[in-house]
Design a protein around this ligand. Structure first.
Ligand code: FE2
Length: 387
């Protein structure tokens, strides 16, 4: 274990079905959970790309009833989730699925929470606030990044406070994750880049997390290796089969790591900006991750040196500190190559907003496991450095 926060290691994960054509397993999977009517959360893009139709075909094959709901936006909002929960109850569904990126999956999880526990999303903000069991959940991700299909996290925007709330609970681990790399084909280069950055951020933050264990380390480092070898290719070519498969696997591996080891300051800070500016989660991460890595360096030299090795950097004959610094430079160069934004001002952030963002980030559950202590003044400095 990297830190001493936990004496006992736990590792939660769903059943995982992975590979090209995996969505053909959807009907049988939902039946196995004993469901009679499935509530499917998705978005317009997935419907237009034809993926929802494919999923419905597989449900028809096993004569399962369903209700499709697509009234969500990226960075899912609390009022959208509450509308979804009402429809779930009205339509008398008994299981829930998402076909989509992290937004659809997180929205589906939050709907599951509300249908079983009542209340609003903010009632469950933080760690282990869910008390009643959730309906069965099957998640079908369409991006190589969020890892939400295997995680115990749901991130929902509080529309009044304009922040992203982090809800963490073992109850949020889906029953089945169906990961079909074909779904990644229909995403453009910008989304491929930003979701890939998110996966890398999950891998690195969870690897240096105070709650990291040998059970999570193996997944985190494998994700780093896969991303190092495939993200550029995946961004460069929409139909590169090998790169899509590798990025789907990387997202899954990073998801298993962060779900169980939690994250760090980059995510705690990113959540606040996404909530305020409705920015792309991965793009915000791409600006903050290298800056947070520099800040954390003195707390985790050896771990960053191991990240360097996973990135394919030669570390023989140089100090571990040099190797760790090289990892940070490598990450910056990757983000330059795939063209993610460089500054928070590019996303529309202004300096006057920073003190409030820092105040909010201080309360984010992801900050607890950051390897170096962080105070409000540190968060202000980091936001300013990223501006
Ligand atoms: Fe993330």
């Amino acid at each position: 274990m990297n830190g001493n926060l936990l004496e006992i290691s736990k590792f939660a994960a769903p059943e995982i079905i992975f590979g090209f054509g995996a969505i053909s397993q959807t009907g049988e999977s939902v039946l196995r959970l004993g469901a009679k009517k499935l509530f499917i959360v998705t978005d317009q893009g997935l419907i237009e790309a034809g993926w929802v139709e494919q999923v419905l075909k597989h449900l028809d094959e096993v004569k399962l009833d369903y209700e499709v709901w697509s009234n969500i936006t990226s960075n899912p909002k609390d009022y959208e989730v509450m509308e979804g929960a009402k429809l779930y109850l009205k339509s008398e569904c008994d299981a829930i699925a998402a076909v989509g990126g992290g937004s659809a999956i997180d929205a589906a999880k939050a709907i599951a929470v509300l249908t079983a526990n009542g209340g609003e999303p903010k009632d469950f903000e933080g760690i282990n606030k869910i008390t009643k069991p959730l309906p069965p959940m099957v998640m079908i991700p369409s991006t190589g990044g969020s890892g939400s299909e295997v995680s115990q996290f749901a991130i929902i925007v509080d529309s009044k406070r304009k922040i992203k709330m982090t809800i963490i609970s073992k109850s949020l681990v889906p029953d089945i994750a169906i990961i079909d790399p074909y779904l990644l084909y229909t995403k453009d280069a910008r989304l491929t880049a930003s979701t890939g950055v998110d996966a890398l951020c999950h891998a690195i933050e969870s690897y240096v997390s105070l709650a990291a264990t040998p059970l999570t380390d193996v997944h985190a480092l494998y994700a780093v290796q896969l991303i190092a070898n495939n993200l550029r290719e995946s961004v460069a070519c929409r139909t590169n089969l090998n790169a899509k498969k590798a990025m789907a696997m990387a997202s899954l591996q990073a998801g298993l790591a962060f779900s169980n080891a939690i994250l760090g300051a980059a995510h705690a800070m990113t959540h606040q900006i996404d909530g305020l500016l409705d920015s792309h989660h991965g793009e915000t991460n791409s600006i903050l991750l290298p800056i947070v890595m520099e800040y954390n360096l003195m707390a985790c030299v050896e771990r960053y040196a191991k990240v360097a090795e996973a990135l394919g950097i030669k570390t023989e004959g140089i100090s571990r500190l040099k190797a760790a610094e090289k990892a940070i430079r490598w990450v910056k160069k990757l983000f330059e190559d795939i063209g993610t934004p460089k500054k928070l001002s590019d996303l529309g952030l202004t300096e006057d907003l920073i003190p409030q963002l820092a105040e909010n980030a201080l309360k984010d559950a992801c900050l607890v496991t950051n390897p170096r202590d962080v105070e409000k003044k540190d968060l202000i400095n980091l936001y300013k450095k990223a501006l």
